[in-house]
Design a protein around this ligand. Sequence first.
Ligand code: GDP
Length: 404
Amino acid sequence: MANSKVTQHTVNEDDKRFFSQEEQEEIAKHHNVETPNIEHPENDEQYTGLQVNAGIEQMPIVNPYMKRRKRKPQLTVNDYVEGILKGNTTVLGQAVTLVESLNHDHQVIAQEVIEKCLPHTGQSRRIGITGVPGAGKSTSIDVFGLHVLQDENAKLAVLAIDPSSERSNGSILGDKTRMEKLSVHPRAFIRPSPSAGSLGGVARKTRETIVLCEAAGYNNIFVETVGVGQSETAVHSMVDFFLLIQLAGTGDELQGIKRGIMEMADGIVINKADGDNIERANLAAAQFRNALHLFPLPPSKWTPEVLCYSGYYEIGITEVWDMIDRYFDHVRKNGYFNRKRSQQEKYWMYETINEQLKSRFYNDPEVERLLQLKQDMVLNNQQSSFVAATDVLNFYYDKIKIKD
Ligand code: GDP
């Protein structure tokens, strides 16, 4: 049954390339050996013992039915601009991501997109909404937003500036479900606060996002911020109307609130004026009105109003919005609306310069090293802070002069 066979070695191209003639013959000698050819007994027709079952064909590792995902084509500046002007929210969202990106190439495209969108902006009402956590901002924005969107021509973008977002990964607006009704409204666009960067940087990105949203036809912009004192100035410098949401509490409502924030407010609204809280809310409103009387008339010549409402029970929403309408009528008539927007442009020009100068200076690796050195010297009383600062600055000035 058992016979033998000789495996013939064929000389392949690799053998020819890497081995000499003699070596090739030696290799062939090793391969051309006789090996016994064993017949498996179960192949015999007479065999009745256990048999090895025929195996199944190995499945390919990759699912052959899976569709290959195409890489998203990179949009050009014109694609972005065209999409935004058509009101395409997917493209708008992508453009906002570009604005928020820290990547230099993304920033270059983003700036071009913004530049091309600029002629299509400026037509919206920009409203800043602030209040301490728990004041009811998101509950209120949800109902205020729906109120605004009753007008079929209205579109609303809700943006946020959150100074704490670096720590909490975007605590405000981070969770879209906080605005349950607005988040599913086809004419609303909700965008959480960019979660990286300094307050100045985050605010600038929010401002650029306003430009994109306006170009996309959003004629109402809400900018939400947590009322903790730093971000209000940034929001104030990009909105037309600044709404401060307050709560009635212990009876001494004015204590915790900074004078600067009250001076910025165009309207103060006391939320949660419902149930047995109505009386306390009215009392708080009276206190705010009294306090506002002591302030000089702002440049808008608009005396801020104080109202009570309930975001949750939707009481007094129309009244709050009537006040805002009155404000816009007032400032459009007396020219303050345009004056304020020009002032804001100037403010943002300087902010951008400050931001860029600082970032170029502090991100220079040599400056970083020198700063560390000088900081240690100052901490060890080896050099005064003034001399150390001057040294670092002079080093930087010299460096950029050489480059220029
Ligand atoms: P935010 O942190 O300022 O955004 O506040 P939220 O909108 O998340 O509201 C904080 C809490 O206050 C939630 O439990 C709301 O249900 C509640 N709340 C908001 N508005 C009202 C209101 O008008 N009346 C009452 N009673 N509760 C409210």
